[in-house]
Design a binder for this molecule. Structure first.
Ligand code: ZN
Length: 406
């Protein structure tokens, strides 16, 4: 690996352009890839996504390792390479982002080891997510904060990041955080001076200061391990910019300072709760008054009071509440309707009143051309648009039916 590898990013992750010769062309499922005599393109591996870039202006859309021989395959988008010599350019903002996140991961993993003896057993980096899994079943906020503080201290001390190569035997004698299987007998070691030494094939910055800042955003328990979500460098800055925007917008909406935001929101929540309670109380009183008014003008069918009410500005829920209040009185039948773009009917009666509400409702919705159902005591339905006049004529027919019954 040390002498004969053509993966030049092993030695230099900062190179953004280089010349190379195509040594093989691969066609697979109508996709084309090329193998170069040497490359600075990082192939997807070890939890780090692949680089992007261009070969003679043709986009490199993915980079992978061929398992059989370890060749680096540069998968190409549309375009013509033109010849066997290529001028290669690496998508630097993407690569540098990966370098920042990956180096930050080494630092944070070592910080968790030092603060909580928690070992990193998983690492995952995507375009939007960066996590490590720790072999510890719980972590207090204080411990997370301590690890985060230590990690940032190491970043700000701007320590050197060294790349070394060692045999497995040599590596066993070193204080390595983890030792993976060797490649051709060699291990690539990444050392953060005086702090962390680990075997890794990824791309890293040269000085820890380039990581900028490390921010843990969430620690989540997953069975018997802890998953740590964090952001480094540019990602942390973007996140800060977004959150600053949210805070500024809230400050504007609530006309208050940043430090008072939480108090202001909890005061609003309390006010909302009170307002809802008051509103509910007043709605109940309003409904009771309405029920009383309707009962006063009810039609008498023998001993039964028949209430007909058609509304255009209430909602189905209010009508149901009104109907149920009316049905609590003795010997009442209530036919309630909501006119509008979606009609609604609610027929309900007291337990001691006569009539089958389900049957009456079915008659009504048949005339309207809708649907519905219920029981002998209460039924609801509706559907098609109806004006108050239409509903009134339907209610007149239902009233005639009731006259026949009672
Ligand atoms: Zn690494």
């Amino acid at each position: 690996m040390k002498e004969n590898s053509n993966r030049l990013y092993y030695w230099d992750a900062w190179r953004t352009s280089f010349a190379a010769r195509i040594v093989e062309t691969v066609l697979q499922n109508r996709k084309q890839a090329v193998v170069l005599d040497n490359t600075y393109f990082y192939p997807a591996s070890g939890g780090q996504p692949a680089d992007r870039g261009w070969l003679n202006g043709v986009p490199v859309v993915d980079v992978s390792i061929r398992p059989e021989d370890g060749a680096v395959l540069h998968w190409l988008g549309d375009g013509d390479l033109g010849g066997e010599m290529v001028s290669a350019v690496i998508d630097w903002p993407r690569r540098f982002d990966h370098m920042q996140q990956h180096t930050g991961q080494h630092i944070l993993s070592q910080a968790f080891w030092r603060v909580a003896q928690a070992e990193t057993i998983g690492f995952h980096l995507t375009e939007s997510n960066l996590t490590i899994d720790l072999n510890i079943s719980s972590l207090s906020d204080e411990v997370v904060r301590k690890a985060e503080q230590l990690a940032n201290q190491i970043v700000w001390e701007n320590r050197a990041v060294h790349i070394r190569f060692a045999t497995r035997e040599d590596a066993l004698a070193l204080p390595l955080r983890k030792i993976p299987p060797t490649e051709n007998g060699w291990l690539r070691l990444i050392e953060i001076e005086g702090f962390d030494l680990t075997a890794c094939g990824g791309t890293h910055v040269r000085q820890t200061g380039s990581v900028g800042v490390i921010k843990v955003i969430r620690a989540e328990r997953r069975k018997n391990k802890m998953r740590i979500y964090f952001l480094c460098g540019g990602r942390a800055w973007q996140d800060y910019e977004g959150k600053n925007g949210v805070v500024a917008a809230l400050m504007g909406m609530l006309t208050t300072g940043e430090a008072e935001l939480v108090t202001a929101v909890s005061r609003l929540q309390e006010e909302l709760k009170q307002t809802r309670r008051t509103l509910k109380h007043q709605q109940t009183q309003l409904l009771a008054a309405k029920a009383e008014r309707l009962l006063a003008s009810a039609t008498k069918l023998g001993q039964t009071r028949l209430v007909c009410h058609i509304s255009a500005d209430e909602d189905a829920n209010t009508l149901r509440q009104l109907g149920n209040q009316l049905a609590q009185q003795e010997n009442v039948i209530a036919l309630l309707g909501l006119a509008g773009s979606r009609s609604f009917l609610f027929f309900v009666r007291s337990e001691d009143a006569p009539g089958d509400m389900k049957a009456l409702l079915q008659t009504a919705v048949q005339i309207l051309g809708g649907g519905g159902g219920g029981t002998a005591v209460s039924a609801q339905g509706g559907g098609p648009p109806a004006t108050p006049d239409t509903l009134q004529s339907v209610f007149n027919q239902i009233t005639q039916e009731l006259h026949k019954l009672i």
